[in-house]
Write a protein that binds this ligand. Structure first.
Ligand SMILES: *Cc1c(COP(=O)(O)O)cnc(C)c1O
Length: 242
């Protein structure tokens, strides 16, 4: 394990730098930085690097593939404080494995998938924290509920007893200008506010939005969970976008 100590230090320094930027963005928008959750996106990284992240103090990790996360989690049983978030597209036939692998699922993008996750979580006797993913920008390459239809579908989502709805998740268009990013994040916030009447549970208030390129704008527009990979771990050799 030569180099592990160095890796932990580098990760800790990068996380500290990201936390400073998070705190500044929170201050600009009058929010308590302690109310924001930093999810370190560890997709494509090996289990040793995730262990180093854990030893550097990170608790929340984000993965975009069920099988990859399942394998890593199995190698990291010695890091029980890690909280695993699924942030990538999930196929319905993997709902059961996803429900047993992840602590929180951010990418619930259809009523069919929500129904499958509800069944899986019920069978496992647990409440599963979930976010509904919305496709605000309308790009055909992105999955997610269509904003215009979300309010109609929300009532059916809210009735699934084993799902604990936290709020909305969105992915902003890649390479968009600041104004467009801000508009996408603000629209997500308004949709969350509009849906609050349907999800009376006190846990409905979260907004999972913002990545390395746009997390500060996302926080200014109300993000509660930011998903940051490259600013902590450097460029990925194999880039996978949900
Ligand atoms: C990869 C990914 C991220 C992190 O992206 P970075 O640019 O590395 O910060 C966040 N959210 C989702 C859904 C992703 O797929």
């Amino acid at each position: 394990m030569v180099g592990t100590i160095g890796t932990i230090e580098v990760i800790a320094e990068r996380v500290a730098a990201v936390q400073v930027r998070i705190a500044a963005a929170a201050a600009r928008s009058g929010k308590d930085p302690a109310s924001l959750t930093l999810i370190a996106v560890t997709k494509t990284l090996d289990a040793e690097t995730v262990r180093a992240a854990s030893l550097a103090g990170l608790r929340e990790v984000g993965e975009n593939k069920v099988q990859e996360a399942y394998a890593k989690r199995g190698e990291l049983l010695d890091q029980p404080l890690l909280h695993w978030h699924l942030i990538g597209h999930l196929q319905r036939n993997k709902a059961r494995r996803a429900a047993s692998t992840f602590d929180t699922i951010h990418s619930v993008d259809s009523l069919e998938l929500a129904t499958a996750l509800n069944e899986a979580a019920s069978a496992q006797g647990r409440d599963l924290p979930v976010f509904a993913q919305v496709n605000i920008s309308g790009e055909s390459t992105k999955s997610g509920f269509i904003p215009r239809l979300f309010s109609q579908q929300a009532a059916a989502l809210a009735r699934l007893p084993a799902l604990r709805w936290r709020g909305l998740m969105t992915i902003a268009p890649e390479g968009a200008d600041t104004e467009t990013l801000r508009a996408v994040f603000a629209a997500t916030r308004r949709l969350r506010d509009a849906a609050a009447a349907v999800f009376p549970s006190t846990t409905w208030n979260a907004l999972s939005m913002g990545m390395t390129n746009d997390f500060e704008i996302a926080i200014e527009e109300g993000a509660t969970h930011v998903r940051v990979g490259r600013a902590i771990f450097g460029e990925r050799t194999e880039t996978v976008r949900a």
